[in-house]
Design a binder for this molecule. Structure first.
Ligand SMILES: Cc1cc2nc3c(=O)[nH]c(=O)nc-3n(C[C@H](O)[C@H](O)[C@H](O)COP(=O)(O)O)c2cc1C
Length: 147
């Protein structure tokens, strides 16, 4: 069974999750946004928070939409204002997950990602897994050990 982890990350929590999946024989596809997010935490919160609140979709750099060879797809997104990030909003608008074994892994500071989970449940009928800052809290990765 071919597996892939498709994810976005700004501050490396997602990269930690990607390293974990790589060891479990997943292919890795990191999503790059064309939006240059600011270094300033305040501005980042304003811009990222606005985008996710209004369900905006970022333009992506060279994103490969071909997932035909994969049986299992895991999508990874940071939580922005309780919601999916704008780059991942774009990813899910581009990909057709029909007949795929689909999962979502979300990474947050401390929130439970209620609105993101609700959206995923409504769209795909599945429960997303939420990891709290996996870069710092390595033990959070045990939540995805059986994936
Ligand atoms: C714009 C923005 C909004 C955020 N909103 C939330 C939030 O609502 N709840 C939460 O727990 N964490 C929130 N965070 C923190 C991130 O979800 C968390 O640090 C995550 O692990 C980042 O993943 P990354 O390092 O892969 O980018 C926010 C971060 C940003 C940049």
């Amino acid at each position: 069974m071919k597996k892939i982890f498709i994810y976005f990350s700004l501050t490396n929590n997602g990269d930690k999750v990607a390293d974990f999946f790589k060891e479990k024989d997943y292919d890795i596809r990191k999503v790059i946004s064309k939006c240059k997010y600011p270094k300033s935490k305040f501005l980042l919160m304003m811009i990222g928070g606005y985008k996710s609140t209004f369900n905006k979709k970022d333009k992506l750099l060279d994103f490969d939409t071909d997932i035909t060879n994969y049986d299992k797809i895991v999508i990874g997104s940071p939580i922005w204002n309780d919601r999916l990030s704008a780059p991942i909003n774009k990813v899910i608008s581009l990909l057709d997950f029909k007949d795929k074994d689909l999962s979502f892994v979300l990474y947050s500071a401390s929130g439970n990602a209620g609105k993101a989970k609700e959206k995923i449940r409504n769209l795909y009928g599945i429960d997303a897994i939420v990891l709290k800052e996996p870069k710092k809290n390595i033990e959070e990765l045990t939540k995805i050990k059986d994936m």
